[in-house]
Design a protein around this ligand. Structure first.
Ligand code: ADP
Ligand code: ZN
Length: 432
């Protein structure tokens, strides 16, 4: 069952042919933007055209700082009159970047979203509640237009206000909801406070989770809490937003839509493609965007291609869940650490609640990694011997994984301050 069958199961040869054709169109469009026109290699290949997708590698990369340096209009490739919307990234790692869309671009994005949601089993009979910020953040309108295209009854609930979210879910029989994973633990706590159980007291059967890194362990927790299947949705503003890569009902990695994006995975040091199946930085080129084509964008997201074909029959390759951003990694006491390594350990422990944060600090001239961990209410009791054992257990597990001995601090549920949007996991307060 497919949404756009001919494109979703297109054989690899035809898919590549389509990519070449679309890349040539993209290059011709891109040189309308001052930011690309002045790059000789792009101008030359736009003129001569390319004949194989491998030639993509002859083009220069585009980085986040290129986009920022040319703020606000330098990468606009269309007449301003034709542009109908702009979005900007959340700015998780610095100044946000801006992306422009014309009508074609928005229609193309909505189709990708409908296709993605359909692949995760969403149908026009579903009631879809979009629990995320509307406005510049792409998760709001991105899912909204996709759900409407698919034909769901959509509830543009917006972010926060958990009591209202729960009421909407119950009043209208929400069967599918989209939210960022770090919010769902909080929502579940509110269900409990109200004496409700989402498994019993709602009709939810599917959650779509994305927009921030999370581990398989975190996904499983969410599935258990809500009694649903939770599908991973990946995207970034520079490539529209959501609808870039999505899990199908096989839940075995994310199909990345190769008719709309040319996809590479490179070694961030050598900038060469990694060997098949190795982890590297995802690099993406838009193939169906007019107002603002982006060529070989270095996403800084780390992932790998998964081997083999998917049972669902879609021919678009699958990527593994994002293990982090290359700039998420921090170095403490000479060891490289990714926050997701710590999360993977914490989320496996039943006593641990849903929130944690990592604070890097200088204590008595020494760098320390402090891991604050919320403990679930039922375990956060006066039993100090138990908490002491748990604390030592977590310290050991983290040390074995990242090779640095952390200072683990167990805290009350709900005591870690929440970010307004995506969770911020690492705070670096070191002196130098
Ligand atoms: P920002 O980069 O400011 O957060 P965006 O809102 O465009 O701006 O977010 C895109 C980024 O969010 C991606 O580059 C990636 O790092 C992260 N992201 C999005 N979806 C996922 C996902 N399913 N898993 C892990 N990370 C994700
Ligand atoms: Zn599949």
């Amino acid at each position: 069952m497919y949404w756009e069958k001919e494109l979703e199961i297109l054989d690899r040869k035809s898919l590549e042919r389509l990519q070449v054709e679309r890349l040539n169109r993209t290059l011709l469009q891109a040189v309308n933007a001052p930011g690309y026109r002045r790059i000789p290699k792009i101008a030359a290949l736009a003129r001569s055209g390319i004949s194989s997708i491998e030639q993509l590698r002859e083009l220069p990369f585009t980085t986040k700082s290129d986009l920022r340096d040319n703020f606000p209009w330098g990468f606009l490739a269309a007449d301003k009159r034709d542009v109908v919307r702009l979005h900007s990234s959340s700015g998780t790692t610095g100044n946000p970047t801006v992306v422009y869309h014309n009508r074609h671009d928005l229609a193309s994005w909505a189709k990708l979203m409908a296709r993605s949601m359909f692949a995760a089993g969403v149908r026009d009979s579903d009631v879809f509640q979009n629990i995320c910020g509307y406005g510049l953040f792409t998760g709001g309108l991105g899912f909204q237009y996709g759900a409407e295209k698919l034909g769901c009854l959509s509830i543009p609930a917006g972010a926060g206000n958990s009591l209202r979210q729960i009421k909407l879910m119950r009043d209208f029989g929400t069967s599918v909801a989209h939210a960022i994973p770090s919010y769902l633990g909080r929502l579940f706590e509110v269900f409990k406070d109200e004496g409700l159980d989402p498994r019993r007291d709602t009709q939810l059967r599917t959650l779509i989770i994305g927009a921030e890194p999370h581990t398989e362990e975190h996904r499983q927790r969410i599935e258990e809490m809500f009694g649903v299947k939770a599908y991973n949705s990946f995207g970034l503003t520079e490539m529209n937003g959501p609808g870039v890569a999505f899990e199908c009902t096989e839940q075995n990695g994310l199909h990345i839509w190769e008719d709309a994006f040319a996809v590479e995975i490179i070694d961030p040091e050598s900038l060469q493609p990694v060997a098949d199946g190795e982890i590297g930085e995802l690099v993406m080129t838009t193939l169906d965007r007019q107002a603002m084509p982006v060529i070989r964008y270095r996403t800084r997201d780390l992932t790998r291609f998964l081997p083999g074909d998917c049972q669902c029959g879609r021919s678009h390759r699958r990527i593994d869940r994002i293990s982090g951003r290359s700039d998420d990694m921090f170095i403490v006491k000479g060891c490289n650490v990714f926050p997701m390594q710590v999360e993977g350990i914490l989320m496996k422990l039943p006593e641990v609640g849903d929130d944690y944060r990592i604070i890097l600090d200088t204590i008595a001239d020494q760098d320390e990694m402090i891991v604050e961990v919320e403990v679930k209410r039922e375990w956060f009791t006066g039993d100090l011997a138990f908490l002491d054992r748990l604390q030592r257990h977590i310290t050991r597990l983290i040390r074995d994984e990242v090779l640095v001995r952390p200072v683990v601090s167990l805290v009350e549920p709900g005591s870690i301050p929440k970010a307004e949007g995506k969770a911020i996991r690492v705070f670096d307060r070191r002196k130098n």
